[in-house]
Design a protein around this ligand. Structure first.
Ligand code: 5GP
Length: 124
């Protein structure tokens, strides 16, 4: 599977309003919504509105304003969910699967924010 951007991917359809989603937060450049198959009590996907297939495309090609907006949106989601470690909450994990080896299912860049239970180690 090549990861050139294809605007028929499911998140592009969500952005165009062709498929419903459970939005948590929308900004000018980013959208955060609940994963349809949550793996943890809190499982939110944060996506840029721009056409970036993978994290590296986004990091290298998006404008500074898009990147700042995206990063702040992730922070705001952690705040909204009440999972910020500094508050004494249990914390959270960010995951961005990029490409085949990472088993990226949807070829529109996204970050998973998962939280709400102990998450275990993912790297040894
Ligand atoms: P990936 O493996 O690409 O990192 O993860 C894609 C995620 O998108 C999966 O966790 C999957 O459950 C979620 N997903 C796939 N289709 C939809 C959908 O139509 N709506 C929502 N909200 N999530 C979806």
């Amino acid at each position: 599977m090549a990861f050139a951007y294809d605007d028929q991917n499911i998140f592009a359809k969500i952005l165009r309003g062709e498929i419903p989603n459970n939005t948590v937060l929308e900004t000018e450049y980013s959208l955060a919504f609940r994963d349809i198959q949550p793996q943890t009590p809190e499982h939110v996907l944060v996506i840029p509105k721009g056409p970036y297939a993978t994290f590296d495309h986004f990091a290298l090609e998006a404008s500074d304003v898009e990147i700042v907006d995206f990063t702040r949106t992730v922070g705001k989601i952690a705040e909204m969910l009440g999972v910020q470690p500094a508050t004494g909450a249990g914390g959270f994990r960010l995951i961005s699967n990029a490409g085949e080896d990472a088993i990226q299912e949807v070829p529109h860049m996204h970050v998973h924010l998962v939280a709400g239970r102990p998450l275990g180690r993912i790297l040894q």
